[in-house]
Design a protein around this ligand. Sequence first.
Ligand code: M6R
Length: 611
Amino acid sequence: MCGIVGYIGSQQAPAILMDGLKRLEYRGYDSAGIAVHDGAKLCSLKSKGKLVNLAGKLENTPLTGCLGIGHTRWATHGAPSDINSHPHLSSDNLIAVVHNGIIENYMEIKKELTAKGYKFISETDTETVAHLIDYYYTSGFDFREAVFKTLERIEGAYALGIICKDYPDMLIAARKNAPLIVGLGEGENYIASDIPAILNRTRKVYFLNDNEIAFVKADSVEIYNRNHEKVHHDVYEVKWDIKAAEKDGYEHFMIKEINEQPKIIRDLIEHRMPENGNRIDMDGIKLKKDDIDYISRIYIVACGTAYHAGLVGKNIIEKITRIPVIADVASEFRYKDPILDEKTLLIVVSQSGETADTLEALRIAKKNKARVLAVVNAVGSSIAREADDVFYIHAGPEISVASTKAFSAQVIAMELIACHMAMEIGRMSAEEFKAIKEEFYSIPSKVSAILQKSITEKELAKKYVQSKNVFFIGRGLDYIISKEGSLKLKEIAYLHSEAYAAGELKHGPIAMIEESSLVIAVMTQERLYEKTLSNIKEVKARGAKVIAITLNDNKLIGDEVDDVIYIPHSSWMLAPLLAVIPAQLFAYYVAYLLGTDIDQPRNLAKSVTVE
Ligand code: M6R
């Protein structure tokens, strides 16, 4: 989604803004712009398309000044165009605004301002904010008050960066339901929607809370709540290295992140299942026997890939604890009037910790007194801060829009939570735990082994790149990995792909199978081998080509399929961690051959902060 960066200090703002925007490109965008205070007036440049277009304009018309705001826009209100790009300026060039989120009551405000003589030139909701601040400012309120007044009027979600022609020493930032941080430098300060935008300049940040406003000067930052009360924030020191947000020699972030998985999995396992320990380290998360006994229902709620990790969690928790779990996508859950009370445990899963629907699901649950456990990657994110307990997956920054390493870490987290619960309620013995722990410890090297043989997926990508329809099939946990593999192929290769529970094929989808169809059968659940095999035979009989992803000791698969990707043997519970790797690699290589924009696929955004 959209990205924000702002700077105030003694250096030239345009270069800093452009560099920050470049580092936010991964979030997905379709246009960009900057506004700079040149000492006397506000100047802006905006351009549809990639940053390189904006850079071209900047080269022809250089801007100078030590205060500025920049934005990458992911269109919601109005098509991508120069005019609709941010920053939006008031007609008298007094105020410039960049905005992430959606102003829900903008039509009503626009009508009022139009009646007062304000002229709107864009189709965006954001332009309303610039004019409204201008209205209050020109009515006699000072810049700060004009912003306070505006925030009282606007409804919806926003992270805002605002500058004013008459205040060359002030940058204002405000947030509600959209992430925004203030970065602290020496004699200079920043604002940004995301840490990578400014991590090469500072590691010290404040995470703004909802309904807070920061008045940022070169040598000071003051934060206020909506009641005009000053609030204190602890400085958060970002631990991860800038290298983690760079490609480090890889051609794409996605392939870099796929290759990071053995290390991330190893670190997570060693952290949560210490070698000499005989329990899972839940880091103070309140999930003891009494807490579990008190729970009457568990929901797991998330979106996209995180939802798939949640589905793995649902299956495993149910299987090893025998506690029923409902898994749902957040955009559905929030409008279902779900049954929630203090005996409900809601587990939300989110890489970014900022996904609007997941955040809202959490808020609905909390309003109804449910307990919320968040499985999150981004430290300090909204979901992490609002949940009762957080299970951090520590996968490091995930830059590629297509989630890979976060998925694996989320799956591990769900598996660890399941094992912990099973042990607490006496459904997993110490011996069983010991055995499963050994299994966990073997996973990183098995993932490495699959990655080392990635030539197989590369070759298969070449062979099947022309496929028009791809069907992933599987049963049980294999069905979930099918869903994830299919999502990867759709989002980065733009290939039509569907995932079906293998047993469902003959209830309809098999009608679509023809000579040109490619079926990818995920087969890691040994007790279901024969069942899936019969489904493979059904599609083969109708002319489909079949690739199987299966365990290396599967004797049944033989000549039944066209190609096989073998993965190391693993227990049923951990097999998803292995089966997903070939699916990720296959999608990556197909996308590579098709020449798509792998790290920033069209129409997608890394962090979906609008409904
Ligand atoms: O940040 P989150 O984990 O909450 O994001 C959820 C989805 O938007 C995300 O997983 C999306 O489906 C990815 N593009 C999948 O690769």
